[in-house]
Every structure is written in C-alpha cells, then in structure tokens.
Design a protein around this ligand. Structure first.
Ligand code: 5AD
Ligand code: SF4
Length: 464
C-alpha cells in the first residue's frame, strides 16, 4: 500500500544496525514515507535497538519513553521497536512501552511493510520475532536517505559519501558465555554471493569507493549453505569496478584461516587491516568465556599474519571485569597488549546479559574495579596507539579522501593560502589530515606523514 507522511529512524548499536536501518528506510520509502530529521513531524518512528550491553538497551528504552508525549499529540503515529532488544523482549516490550505499535525482531525486517499495512488497517500491538532462514530476501535496495544514527560501536569505520556497509551474513553459533548475539540474531545465515555482488556493483555505480562487509563471524560465510568461502567471495568483490577498498568485520580468531590471510596479502583492494577480537589475555578467562582458543594459539595466529602481511594493522575488542577476573588475569591482558601492540582497541566493561550464561557465574567483579581496569587499559592503549602512529612518520601512505577537515594543529594553518585542509583514511583505517589545492572526496592521494598524534596523522601530499 502507498501512504504519505514522514518517517524518523533512530539507530543504536553496531554497523549491522546501520545497514538494517537503511533497509527499513527503503521499505518506508517504497511505502510512500519521506525521511525526516524532525521527530515531531514524523508519522512513523522506528527505534532500531541494540542489546549487546546494558547501557545500549537502556538507551533504547529511554528513547522510546520520549514517544509517549508524541503519541498523545498524534494518535495515528506508528511507533516501532526493531532489532535486538525487540527480538529479546517480544511481547514483554509492551509492558514497558505500552504505546508501541510494532515489535520487529531481527529476522522480521523483510515483513516490515506488511506490518505497517496491518497497523494502518486497524490491527494493534503487533509482534514479529519469528525465525527466518533468509536474510534481506525481497527487501528493496537502500535508498539515498540518511537515518539518525547514534552509533558508538562502528569500530572507527563510518558510513559516508564514499563508504558503505554491506551485511553478508548474520547470526552466530559460537555461544561465548557473555554474549547475547546467538540468542537475538539466531543461527548463522549467509546471503547468496550473487545478491551481494549485485548490491555492491550497484553501490559502486553510485560512486561509493569503499565497502565494509559485515557479519558476526565473516570467516564462516557460506558454510551452512555450502556456498563459496569468505576468501572466494572477497576475490569476486575485488573484481568489481569502482570499488577501491574492501574492509570486513568481524573475524573470530579460532576460524582465521591461512586462505583468508592469503586473501588479505594478495587482493589489492582488501585493506591491510584486521579486526580480531581477543577479549582477554588470560587462558582461565578465555576458557570461561568459551572462546575456543588460548593465549598461545591467538599469538600464533598473529605471528602467521605478520609473517604473510608484515605491515598489517591490528585492532581488537577486550572485555574487562568478566566474572572471576583476578588482578593476575587482568595483568595477562595488559601484557598481551604490550606484546602485540594493537593499532587500536575497543574496550568494554563486562555487563550482565540475562540470556547469556555468564550472568549466572559467581565472582562478579565490583563496578569500581571494572572502571579502574578499563581506565588503566585505555591509558596503556593510548600510549601504544601513539607509538604505532609515530612509527609512520616519514612514510608515504595512500589516503582515501573523505571530506574537508576543520581540525587545527601547529604548522597546519592554511587560512591565508589557496589550500584547503582535507581528511581521509589510510588502508589501516587511520585518519590523516592534509592540505591540498585539488583533492576531491573519493580521490586517493599519496600523503607523506609528518606528525603523529594518538588519534590522527598529519602530512602533505607527495611532491608538494
Ligand atoms: N559485556 C561487555 N562487553 C560485551 N561484548 C559483548 N558482550 C558483552 C558483554 N556482555 C563486547 C565484546 C564484543 C563486542 C562487540 O562487545 O568485546 O566483541
Ligand atoms: Fe558474540 Fe562470541 Fe558470536 Fe562474537 S563470536 S557474536 S562474541 S557469541
């Protein structure tokens, strides 16, 4: 059915939620709704939720709480809770948010249009948390409308005029004991390679230069369906004209194959960067987390990687304060960080998720100790990131230009010249600021690095 009116989408959580919100926006757009940034104008409001940690879940409920007043002023307003919290809560969501109209689970997105029709024709309080073996089948392509993301979990990669996310698989069967994902995203399902290639070809034709392939465990791409492997998929994407950079997340250390390491080494568009969540440096904690590897095997993988790809940039996820984590366990994590020297670390304080087994583990860690460990760890990483960045001084690196930059640093003030200050990213995902007369968004410019800070690099185009 076709309607008229405005739609507002609020996105919390990871890169996959950004992609999913794009799909929901496409459905709303084909149903006749126009995108708005003004929540008061909206006729449909969607909150695409995340339940990975307690804070993200609270953020969703706090946003939805604000809708009570809007709904009172506009009774026809359709309010939707979508994504991981919706999947987890199901009908229970109506107890906390009684004026919700639709609870749309993670596997129900392709049925969103039908549910809008049902609410429009008088149905009330609709819940769809049914499982589905297909993802994104039959959903329209992502239109060129931006949502209103409040994203903190994007691992430093953001969508932009030249960079887009593409989900290739969803779900996880690893059952790490702290993690809610297997319960809210379901079993591993991969999209057909043909559909992924078609979507990326279209994206490339629209001028996008960089794509980030998403999945909770991209290394398992295609396994349940007997499709081509993830490295084979990378090879096909590497052949798509117009795409210049390919990134992907997330890889599980236990499944990192030599075939994938070979693909990173050999495929020219695949960025020399790997996000490989270690979570802890202590064998005792890794076992309790059910991670399926030890400190030694993780280090061995890093060694294999560095042997094949000596310049590779590494990032990771770490949880501090997992139940029963002692000072010695924490020291193991800090020492692992010193040994590997990751380029960046995404660190989290452990947060109980009621559907995940670790919530029932004894020896929960005091919040104050968690906070102290998190701060100590972040401080160490700041020093290590700065050191890694300083190692790049004097090197010339290809930078994909993302836009104009307003950041100021000593020796980089061009207000009196005809030069413009631009910024972009290295293949290893570091931000570089530089002056240029001609560089345009989407160009790749060779920059000689002259200054390094913990969060940015500064330099000049080669030959200038
Ligand atoms: N508490 C804290 N951090 C968590 N993560 C996943 N579950 C939890 C939890 N219960 C972190 C892990 C994961 C990242 C996406 O979020 O580090 O890799
Ligand atoms: Fe969660 Fe572990 Fe699966 Fe990652 S691998 S999504 S941490 S269960």
């Amino acid at each position: 059915m076709k309607y008229s009116g405005f739609a507002y989408i609020y996105t919390i959580g990871c890169q996959m939620n950004v992609y999913d919100s794009g799909k929901l926006a496409a459905i709303l757009s084909s149903a006749g709704f126009e995108k708005t940034d003004d929540i008061k104008k909206a006729d449909v409001i969607v909150c695409n939720t995340c339940s990975i940690r307690h804070k993200a879940e609270e953020k969703a409920f706090s946003f939805l709480g604000r809708l009570a007043k809007l709904k009172k002023n506009k009774p026809d307003l359709i309010s939707v809770m979508a994504g991981c919290v919706a999947q987890q809560e199901g009908k229970k969501a109506f107890e906390r948010v009684p004026y919700l109209d639709i609870v749309l689970g993670t596997q129900a997105f392709s049925r969103f249009g039908q549910h809008i029709d049902a609410i429009k024709s008088g149905k009330q309080k609709l819940t769809d948390t049914a499982e589905s073996s297909m993802i994104y089948e039959g959903m329209p392509d992502i239109p060129d409308i931006k949502d209103t993301p409040d994203i903190k979990d994007t691992k430093g990669v953001e969508e932009s005029q030249i960079s887009k996310f593409v989900t290739i698989m969803q779900g996880c069967e690893n059952f790490c004991t702290y993690c809610v994902v297997p319960y809210v995203r379901g079993r591993e399902r991969s999209r057909k390679a043909r559909n992924i290639i078609e979507e990326i070809t279209k994206i490339a034709e629209s001028g996008i230069k960089e794509i980030t392939l998403l999945g909770q465990n991209v290394n398992s791409y295609g396994e349940n369906e007997g499709q081509i492997s993830f490295p084979q998929l990378l090879k096909k994407i590497n052949d798509i004209e117009g795409i210049q950079r390919i990134r992907f997340a997330t890889s599980h250390p236990k499944d990192l194959s030599m075939e994938l390491i070979g693909a990173i080494r050999d495929l020219d568009k695949v960025c020399n960067h790997l996000h490989l969540p270690v979570q802890s440096g202590s064998d005792h904690i890794l076992k309790k987390m059910n991670r399926g590897y030890t400190r030694k095997t993780y280090l061995q993988r890093i060694c294999d990687l560095k042997e094949q790809c000596p310049e590779i940039a590494l990032s990771t996820d770490i949880i501090v304060g997992f139940p029963s984590e002692t000072q010695a366990d924490f020291d193991d994590t800090m020492n692992l960080m010193r040994e590997i020297e990751f380029d960046s670390v995404f660190a989290f304080s452990y947060s109980d998720r009621s559907s995940a087994p670790a919530a029932k583990f004894s020896d929960q860690i005091d919040e104050k100790i968690k906070r102290e460990r998190l701060n100590e760890l972040l401080e160490l990483q700041e020093t290590l990131t700065h050191k890694k960045n300083k190692n790049l001084i004097g090197k010339t690196i290809p930078v994909l230009v993302e836009g104009k930059s307003t950041k100021k640093r000593e020796g980089f003030d061009f207000s009196d010249s005809n030069l413009e200050q631009m910024f972009g990213r290295t293949p290893s995902n570091k931000i570089v600021h530089f002056p240029s007369e001609h560089a345009k968004i989407g160009d790749v410019v060779e920059i000689k690095i002259e200054n390094a800070y913990p969060h940015s690099l500064w330099g000049h185009p080669c030959g200038v």
